[in-house]
Every structure is written in structure tokens, then in C-alpha cells.
Write a protein that binds this ligand. Structure first.
Ligand code: PEP
Ligand code: MG
Length: 566
């Protein structure tokens, strides 16, 4: 039986299921006798302590995981939370499960109403937190996450706190019912090259731990009860794919030249130094997007200039090629534990990205200074997220100029940095000609650009069927942005997920994209597709696709040519 899902990270996998959180966490809505209250309190406290201990023993593999881990541990340590749970058991005689669920739900609601900035920053983690404590109440511990063999993880929701407890080197694939294609879990899967399908209705009756399933995250489906023949066919496909990957890998360290000799840069998206090492192994020619927020999120306070300088210095020295560092991009679903966000009705439309940095200018200036100093040691470029006005770019440039002067006057070595704008809001698309005149490069963030152009939340599984970066409106916006950049003589890169989709490569080259920045795992593949492109042919192809006004018409055209790459 095949079940459709939405691709969060491509790839194929065959193997046994590992049901995360199996059996599912059941919350009993029962009260306990007065005599049992003390025991119940002890159960709740012990579950919190065991969960904390499980997390403490985790060894995060990436900066993203480290940040998630720290945020959850901080919540578990919060006396307010413990009190909210314990008082429900003591005063209302709720059983521990109910008290935990009710306390955390109430806390999330109260936080919105109280408008308490300290707590509101943590509200995004609450669902995850309740899940983690309840699992530990039901007897889960680190061993619940230990995979005895390479497996496909199946979960209702790929909770980030569960994710960090899994040894990802044993994971063949991920499947979840809830979640979005640009959630942290999806970014992690893309970075590590693990296939991940979301929006798959949890087929409890068909999927059981240990049973073999076939996950085809290229085609967007999972076969939950495959026949012996289907399993054999899937294994053959994987073997063929591995052989192809070996071919791509053989050339991963070579530059990517199109058939007619155009050099197209293929760089990496990283969240920290661990990712950088992996990306270099996969043939990255530089870093096209360093998401610095994960480093900030893993700290206990704003990292000072020296701490940041050490990080950027290590990155530029390790990379040896261009290092495009995006300034702090918090807001919406990403919060700093030490400088929480005020509650907002629509956080994705709120104080995020450059808006936040221009508000909290002290830490922003430290980041700019650290970057200017690192630029004295190599090719460092600054990339600004969520720009929606020319004035924002101008303000940042004034700040950069002032910090540069100050550092120079103090006798500190600084380098020249190019400043680029992320194109991820409709405002930036319509202002691209003006922005291009005032900056050094563009990088298109298709994750946010798609969300804002289509008005479809990138983290909401219910609207993922609408969230499509091949939507004609998104493609036309991308084309217009590239043309504006070239009109002003600046290069245009792309660092959103579309850049890593091999189906889009030909089209983007036809539109004139200069550089692709993709998760490390995808680098050899994208280079391989570029090598099969002929720029002039792709230009004609891109015009054909751009003339289509329906998603399916454009996709049909694109798929017609897919044979060239498979
Ligand atoms: C994007 O929006 O496409 C992007 C690359 O930034 P992030 O996914 O980190 O928001
Ligand atoms: Mg973005």
C-alpha cells in the first residue's frame, strides 16, 4: 500500500521501521486519590529529571541540534513549569499525565495573554516539551531512541528534542505526519542527506517497528506493506542510485562547467563548523549561506565580538573560499533563549531577520565588527536576511562604515566586505532594481520567498500542498530578480531549497543564476546536472516554462526533460 507525502528531503530508503514514541503517548484524564498525590508528584518530577538527564547525555552532531537541545533543557529547568505541574496534582488531584499536559497547555495560553516577553520566546517549544516529558513518564529513556540497526524513523511529529537523541548515522529515512518542509528537522535531514517525507497520515495499523518499508522521497511516497518483489526492486533502485552517486562523487571536487563552458559556483549552506567540514568533503567551493542563528541560539547570552571573531576566523580559514555569513536571522520560529521575542499575532510577518537586528543594535554591531575583522583574513561577505526596504540596507551600510572606521582607528585589521541582500520578501522582489544598485550581490531565499508570495506558511503541513517553489508566481519573481541583478552588474545566487532541487537546476541556469548554495549532501548532484546543461538551450527552455501560468503546466514541461538527469 502506497501513501503519498510531501518531500522534505529527497532520497530512497528500504529498511525496518523504528516507531518513535511508540506506543503513542496516551494522556489519561483521571484524578487520583488523596493518598496517591505524593506518588504522583514524584512520578512527574522524576519524569522531568530523567528527560533532562537523557538530553544532557546527548552528543549533538550539528549546531542546529545543539541549539535545540539547550532550549529544551532550559525549559525543563524552569521552576515555573515544575510548579504549574505539581500544583495541578496537589490541588486538583490530576494524575501526572494530565497535569503535565494541562500545565503546559495552560502555560502556552497564559503566555500569549500575559504578553510576557521572557516566556513567549519559549512557546514554540512547548508541544515538544510536553511530548518529551510524557514519553519519559511512560518509561522512555535514552534506550527508547537507540536504534539496534539502520532504520526508517516513523513519527507523528519529528519532535526536535527527540531528534537530537537519535544517532542519525543509523537513520535511513524519516517519515512524519506533521511538520513543514523547512522546519528544523527538514533542514537537518537535508544537511545530512537523509530522505524525509512529511504529511504522511500516520498509518498505525500498517506500520510496526521492525517491519520493512520502502521510502521513496524522490517520488514523494512510502510503500508500507511492500511485497518481496517490491522490496527487491527498491533495493535495485538504491543500488543504481548509489552507483550514480559514486559517479557524481568522483567529480565532486571539480568545478561545475556547463557543456558550453559556463562556470557556475556550487556552494554550501551551513549552520556551523561541523556542517562546513562535511560540505568541504562533498566538494563545496565556498559557503553561500552560513546561518549564524544556530550558533547564537546555542549560547547562554549574546556571543561577544571575540567569540564570534573566533568562529568566523575558523570558518574562513577552514573554507579557504568565499564565506557568505548571514547576519542573525531570528524571529518567527527561531528565538534566542536569552533575549525572548515579544508575543506577536503573526510572527512570520513580525520582527524577524534584519528588523530584529536593527532593533537590537548592540549585538548586531558586535556581529558586524567580528565579520569585518574576519574579512581581513579571507573572503568574507555579509548577507542580510528579510530585507523589505532600501532604507534597511542603507542603515546597515552606514553601521558597517562606522564600525570599520572605529576598528581602523583602534589599529585593528579589517577587510573589505561585500554586502548582499537576501531576496525573500515580495517587497525585495519589487525593489530589486533599487537594491541591486546599492549592494554587491543577491541571494534568493526561496523558502521564505515562496511562503510570502503564495501566502502559505512554510511550517504548516496543512498548506504544504500550496507551498510550491515551482509556482509560476515564484518562478517569475526569481527571473525578475536575476534580471535586475544582472542589469546592475551584480551576481545573483540562490540559497533556498529550490537551489538544491535537481529538477530546478536547468531552469535556474536558463534564467541566468550565477551560484547555487545547497546543503552539503546535494553538492555533487547539482554539479552533475550543471555539467549536462547548455546555457543557450536552457535559456529557451526557461522562457517556455515562464510562459506557463499554471503550476502543473510548468512542471509537465520540466518533467518532460527530466530524463536528461536521471
Ligand atoms: C530561505 O528563506 O530560503 C532561506 C534560505 O533562509 P531560511 O530558510 O534560513 O529562512
Ligand atoms: Mg529565510
Amino acid at each position: 500500500m502506497k501513501i503519498k507525502g510531501i518531500v522534505a528531503a529527497p532520497g530512497l530508503a528500504v529498511g525496518p521501521v523504528f516507531e518513535l514514541s511508540a506506543p503513542p503517548v496516551h494522556v489519561l484524564h483521571e484524578t487520583v486519590a488523596a493518598a496517591a498525590v505524593d506518588d504522583e508528584r514524584a512520578r512527574a518530577r522524576e519524569a522531568m529529571a530523567r528527560y533532562y538527564e537523557t538530553l544532557r547525555l546527548c552528543e549533538p552532531m550539528t549546531e542546529i541540534e545543539r541549539a535545540l537541545l539547550n532550549a529544551t533543557m532550559e525549559l525543563l529547568n524552569d521552576p515555573y513549569l515544575e510548579d504549574a505541574i505539581v500544583s495541578r496534582i496537589r490541588d486538583l488531584h490530576y494524575c501526572a499525565e494530565w497535569a503535565i499536559e494541562a500545565a503546559i497547555e495552560a502555560m502556552a495560553r497564559e503566555i500569549q495573554a500575559l504578553d510576557d516577553p521572557y516566556l513567549s520566546a519559549r512557546s514554540v517549544d512547548f508541544e515538544d516539551l510536553a511530548h518529551g516529558i510524557l514519553m519519559h513518564l511512560n518509561g522512555a529513556d535514552q534506550s527508547s531512541f537507540e536504534l539496534s540497526e539502520p532504520s526508517i524513523i516513523v513519527a507523528e511529529m519529528l519532535n526536535t528534542s527527540s531528534l537530537v537523541m537519535i544517532d542519525t548515522s543509523q537513520v535511513l529515512g524519516f517519515i512524519s505526519e506533521k511538520g513543514g518542509i523547512s522546519s528544523h528537522a527538514a533542514i537537518l535531514a537535508q544537511t545530512l542527506g537523509i530522505p524525509y517525507l512529511i504529511g504522511v497520515p500516520y498509518p498505525h495499523e500498517f506500520i510496526h517497528t521492525g517491519e520493512c518499508i520502502v521510502l521513496d522521497a524522490d517520488a514523494g511516497e512510502v510503500d508500507v506493506q511492500p511485497t518481496v518483489e517490491e522490496i527487491a526492486a527498491a533495493r535495485r533502485n538504491i543500488a543504481t542510485k548509489r552507483a550514480k552517486e559514486a559517479q557524481w562523487d568522483a567529480q565532486r571536487d571539480e568545478q561545475a562547467l556547463s557543456l558550453d563552458g559556463r562556470r557556475i559556483a556550487v556552494e554550501a549552506n551551513i549552520g556551523g563548523l561541523d556542517d562546513l567540514e562535511f560540505a568541504k568533503e562533498r566538494g563545496a567551493e565556498g559557503v553561500g549561506l552560513f546561518r549564524t542563528e544556530f550558533f547564537f541560539m546555542a549560547q547562554e547570552d549574546y556571543p561577544d565580538e571575540e567569540t564570534q571573531f573566533a568562529l568566523y576566523r575558523a570558518a574562513v580559514q577552514e573554507m579557504g573560499g568565499p564565506l557568505v555569513v548571514r547576519t542573525l536571522d531570528v524571529g518567527a520560529d527561531k528565538a534566542l533563549p536569552y533575549d525572548p521575542l515579544e508575543a506577536e499575532e503573526n510572527p512570520a510577518l513580525g520582527r524577524r531577520g534584519i528588523r530584529f537586528s536593527l532593533d537590537v543594535t548592540g549585538p548586531f554591531r558586535s556581529q558586524l565588527r567580528a565579520l569585518l575583522r574576519a574579512a581581513a583574513l579571507g573572503d568574507v561577505k555579509i548577507l542580510l536576511p528579510m530585507v523589505s526596504a532600501l532604507e534597511e540596507l542603507e542603515r546597515v551600510q552606514q553601521m558597517i562604515a562606522a564600525e570599520k572606521d572605529a576598528l581602523r582607528s583602534a589599529g585593528t585589521a579589517v577587510g573589505d566586505v561585500e554586502v548582499g541582500v537576501m531576496i525573500e520578501t515580495p517587497a525585495a522582489v519589487f525593489l530589486a532594481d533599487a537594491l541591486a544598485e546599492h549592494c554587491d550581490f543577491f541571494s534568493i531565499g526561496t523558502n521564505d520567498l515562496t511562503q510570502y508570495i503564495i501566502a502559505a506558511d512554510r511550517t504548516n503541513a496543512k498548506v504544504q500542498h500550496l507551498f510550491h517553489s515551482f509556482h509560476p508566481a515564484v518562478l517569475r519573481a526569481i527571473d525578475a530578480v536575476i534580471q535586475s541583478a544582472h542589469h546592475c552588474g551584480i551576481p545573483c545566487a540562490m540559497c533556498g531549497a529550490l537551489a538544491a532541487d535537481p529538477l530546478a537546476t536547468r531552469l535556474l541556469i536558463g534564467m541566468g543564476l550565477d551560484a547555487f548554495s545547497v546543503p552539503g549532501a546535494q553538492i555533487p548532484r547539482i554539479k552533475d546536472v550543471i555539467r549536462q546543461c547548455d546555457v543557450r538551450e536552457e535559456q529557451a527552455f526557461a522562457r517556455e516554462v515562464l510562459a506557463k501560468s499554471r503550476l502543473d503546466e510548468g512542471l509537465d514541461l520540466i518533467r518532460e526533460h527530466e530524463g536528461r538527469w536521471t
